[in-house]
Design a protein around this ligand. Structure first.
Ligand SMILES: Nc1ncnc2c1ncn2[C@@H]1O[C@H](COP(=O)(O)OP(=O)(O)OP(=O)(O)O)[C@@H](O)[C@H]1O
Length: 660
């Protein structure tokens, strides 16, 4: 006999009418409250009442409550669940609405409705016993075989689930500790059942009937799970087969054939990534981080946003050239020839660069100052940097610093940051794929400053030979050795370079060019380069030195040669059009030749007149080669001279002022 008396629910209960789900004893459910009667109940019993008794409600399922409390109470479902309101959340705006968290205690049946307004209250009869300390042995005896059968199915079902999930393990323990008569209600609310089935279980007041009704539901769920596991196993077998035959399929890939599942590919990629980490020559510290991250990645569901982040991180880590470098070609004589071939004049600059390279040749691992070329735009600072890389046989990478005002541009964002990326230094290393490139830090004088930190301060660490072997990008979070990188900086002026940065660099001034130097540069470098870029040959275009001088004096006003270079580009484009049209006309003439004979062609050639570059009558003959760019052609292509006009305006202004 049980030594404890059963717990009684109050004889009168306020009724909460629900229509959404069915609350069974022993289970918990959330229900929304928006009808007038239910709102009243919540306000006066739950929000005002403070006793435990006031939080006990009678939940009547399957009963739609009319929108207005003026309407009659609908017919009530006979059996309900006495419930404890555990939580009330909600607001009064824009209209009153609450959500209740309720836990089912036991069944009751309505004896009679005592009042209907403002919310219904009924006299109820408790149907289930609620014992404080259930005596499971006694219950087992009473229920006999039916309960035993139910228990076995319940255990079978739970053991088919993933026991590593804490909630499943807890449920398994509960099966042994809970009174048997509570199990049908609890399991019905856990397994996949319809509201109608739940309602039938609620209405099954006799325990025997309840067990009988729940067993088929358990069996149905077990069969469903078995089927699911079977299909999963098939799929896994298929997956294994796909992985096994994948190398063959890759070789015999048929265009248009179905691609493998994304998921399979991802798993494959992770295996590859792991292999790359194992075989990569990264330092021990970086290797440790990668091993830790890949372990995390394997446990992560692919749908997690962190999955993609970790994968990108690991891909960058294996791609970085931790130990990969090019061998330097340090031949000073060859370097001198190459620099001379690429650049005219700039004697001082070339001399200093050669000295620098010579010292490097004698003493490897030179921890010398960073060279910084300072001069007006277009004097060839960037292009000398490129030549230095070429002479050394190193990779070249330009990092444009103009306008950079965030220090994470240099040092990267921490990985916790949304959209985090490595900085430009690490990105550059990934691009070139070696750890000893020439990095040209272009326009260091145009670095900005902002609330996001001072990029110049970050550059100090990069450029300091004492520190940069341990450069830590925020994104990588492990040190990368930058001591093999050759940094060269360029600037237009030293005035705006932060003093600490300036202190780490050796300034080499690159002055502007004289007219004579510009003419030489144009004819030795700029014109041949432009001809090549436009597919022209010296047999097709001729630019005399006087024309170059005209362009320099009348069309450009600069210390460097960038504008001059652009003007040659414009001339080459115009000539390219003429040449292409000429080829077309020649082809036409050849055809008319065949039709009308030699005599006719001679006649046409006799009539031919010399033409200017701009004038293109359709019937005209192909232009004479090479096309000469004289002053008139220049005017046709580039328009009237810009600076001559300015001078005229200036003179006329001066004259006007002297007259006044
Ligand atoms: N001495 C030279 N010999 C041959 N080519 C030159 C010389 N000086 C400049 N150039 C050419 O002029 C063009 C512009 O040069 P570059 O881009 O290196 O100028 P820059 O000084 O770096 O300009 P900025 O300060 O605007 O970056 C390039 O095509 C370069 O080859």
């Amino acid at each position: 006999m049980s030594s404890v008396s059963p717990i009684q629910i109050p004889g009168r209960l306020p009724l909460l009418l629900t229509n959404e789900g069915v609350l069974l004893p022993g289970s918990t459910m959330r229900t929304s409250v928006d009808s007038a009667r239910n709102l009243q109940l919540v306000r006066s019993r739950l929000l005002k009442g403070t006793s435990l008794q006031s939080t006990i409600l009678g939940v009547i399922p399957n009963t739609p409550d009319p929108a207005s409390d003026a309407q009659d109470l609908p017919p009530l479902h006979r059996i309900g669940t006495a419930a404890l309101a555990v939580q009330v959340v909600g607001s009064n705006w824009p209209k009153p609405h609450y959500t209740l968290l309720i836990t089912g205690l036991c069944r009751f049946q309505i004896v009679q409705v005592l009042k209907e307004k403002p919310y219904p209250v009924a006299e109820v009869e408790q149907l289930d016993r609620l014992e404080e300390f259930p005596n499971t042995c006694k219950t087992r005896e009473e229920l006999g075989e039916l309960s035993e059968q139910f228990y076995k199915y319940a255990v079978q079902l739970v053991e088919m689930l993933d026991m590593s999930v804490p909630a499943v393990a807890k449920l398994r323990r509960l099966l042994d500790s809970l009174p048997r008569e509570a199990l049908p209600d609890i399991l019905t609310s856990i397994i996949r059942t319809s509201n109608k089935e739940k309602l039938q279980i609620l209405d099954a007041v006799s325990l025997e009937e309840r067990f009988k009704m729940t067993i088929p539901l358990l069996v149905r769920q077990i069969e469903g799970l078995k089927l699911l596991q079977k299909t999963r196993k098939h799929k896994q077998d298929d997956d294994k087969r796909v992985i096994a035959i994948r190398p063959i399929r890759r070789i015999t890939h048929i265009p248009g054939a179905l691609e493998d599942d994304d998921e399979d590919e991802d798993n494959d990629d992770i295996v590859m990534l792991e292999r790359k980490i194992r075989t990569s020559s990264m330092p021990e510290q970086a290797h440790k981080v990668c091993v830790k991250e890949i372990k995390r990645l394997k446990k992560m569901p692919q749908s997690m946003p962190e999955y993609a982040l970790t994968r990108n991180y690991l891909e960058l880590m294996v791609e970085l050239p931790w130990n990969k470098s090019t061998t330097d070609r340090l031949d000073i004589r060859a370097a001198r020839i190459l620099l001379d071939n690429d650049h005219y004049a700039m004697e001082k600059l070339k001399k200093r660069v050669l000295e620098y390279l010579a010292v490097r040749q004698l003493k490897n691992n030179l921890k010398g100052p960073i060279l910084c070329f300072v001069g007006p735009p277009g004097v060839g600072k960037t292009s000398v940097g490129r030549s230095v890389a070429k002479t050394l046989g190193r990779e070249f990478h330009r990092i444009a610093l103009g306008g950079v005002c965030d220090q994470s541009d240099i040092r990267g964002h921490r990985r916790t940051y949304v959209g985090s990326m490595p900085g430009r230094i690490i990105n550059g290393l990934k691009t070139v794929g070696v750890n000893n490139p020439v990095f040209l830090l272009d326009e260091v004088d145009k670095l900005g400053k902002s609330l996001q930190g001072d990029p110049a301060a970050a550059l100090l660490e990069v450029l300091d030979p004492e520190q940069n072997h341990n450069f830590t990008d925020h994104y990588l979070n492990v040190a990368f050795d930058l001591s093999q990188v050759l940094f060269i900086a360029t600037a237009n002026t030293t005035a705006t370079i932060p003093p600490a940065l300036l202190d780490r660099m050796e300034i080499i001034q690159v002055p502007g060019y004289t007219q004579e130097e510009k003419i030489e540069i144009a004819h030795r470098h700029l014109i041949p380069k432009q001809l090549e870029q436009h597919g022209l040959t010296p047999q097709q275009i001729q630019i005399p030195q006087v024309t170059t001088l005209d362009i320099i004096t009348r069309y450009t006003r600069e210390a460097g040669v960038r504008s001059l270079d652009r003007k040659f580009g414009a001339i080459c484009r115009a000539v390219a059009v003429k040449v292409a049209e000429g080829q077309h006309k020649e082809a036409k003439l050849d055809r008319s030749d065949v039709a009308e004979g030699e005599g006719c062609r001679e006649q046409i050639l006799e009539d031919a007149k010399p033409e200017s570059v701009s004038d293109t009558p359709d019937l005209a003959l192909p232009p004479e080669m090479p096309i000469l760019i004289d002053f008139h052609a220049l005017k046709d292509i580039l328009g009237p001279p810009m600076y001559e006009m300015e001078v005229i305006v200036l003179i006329s202004l001066l004259m006007a002022s002297s007259l006044l």
